[in-house]
Design a protein around this ligand. Structure first.
Ligand SMILES: *Cc1c(COP(=O)(O)O)cnc(C)c1O
Length: 231
């Protein structure tokens, strides 16, 4: 991994985030999560050298390998992909924020395991705001009710929402999907007492500026920083 190239691309993405953030008129800061999945551990080192301390992975074995190499102290580790229930035990001690609570059953498993490990897991509830069948998460209609139940689970600290936009959506669709998720996040913050509307995780390489304009507080960017992934 070419560390100076990564540093340049980090600077460029940060500039674009800042510009979109000024357009948004919002006051909360936006966190950049560097998504290093399918890249070697030196991608993480390059991100850290460029001043990025939030790193996202989508699979537990790869996350565990990278945590073993890089450690916990310089990096906040984000698990952004679907978490299989049989990987929960291994994942929990490794992560700082889980973005992908996509079912009540998973949330219950994570909570029970967290209690067993003496942890309280910071987590986001995933919303399928576009309604695409291929996407995980709660649809907009059921999300508030599910959130209320999940936020009460003792092993979880539910601190926000995450969504993914449709892959090749036009700008209008992206705005609608991100805007609807922001409204749900705000509404949940008002209505669900155990829910803390701190994090709104939305935006990837192809759509992060619109996500930030629509109120994202956390963008997850991989390809733009590290290039195309090897499958
Ligand atoms: C891979 C991935 C990303 C990053 O995608 P890029 O298009 O490479 O920026 C963001 N979020 C999730 C959930 C991902 O799986």
């Amino acid at each position: 991994m070419d560390a100076s190239g990564v540093a340049e691309r980090v600077a460029s993405v940060r500039e674009r985030v800042d510009r979109a953030w000024r357009h948004s008129g919002r006051s909360h800061p936006v966190t950049l999560v560097a998504v290093t999945k399918n890249h070697p551990p030196d991608a993480v080192e390059a991100a850290v050298a460029a001043g990025v301390h939030d790193v996202g992975e989508n699979r537990v074995p790869e996350l565990a390998d990278k945590v073993a190499q890089v450690g916990r102290s310089a990096v906040r580790w984000h698990l952004i992909g679907h978490l299989q229930r049989n990987k929960v035990r291994r994942a929990l001690p490794l992560i700082d924020l889980l973005h992908s609570l996509d079912s009540l059953r998973l949330a219950q498993t994570v909570s029970a395991e967290a209690v067993g490990q003496g942890l309280r897991v910071r987590a986001l509830v995933q919303v399928n705001a576009s309604g695409e069948a291929s996407k995980g998460g709660f649809d907009a209609g059921s999300a508030l009710e599910a959130l209320a139940r999940i936020a009460e689970l003792p092993g979880l600290g539910v601190v926000g929402l995450m969504t993914m936009a449709p892959f090749d959506a036009d700008q209008g669709t992206l705005r609608r999907v991100f805007g609807a998720t922001r409204q749900l996040w705000e509404e949940a913050g008002r209505q669900v007492s155990a829910f803390d509307a701190e994090v709104l995780s939305m935006g990837m390489s192809g759509d992060f500026e619109i996500a930030v304009e629509e109120g994202s507080t956390m963008v997850r960017v991989g390809t733009l920083l590290f290039g195309e992934r090897q499958p």
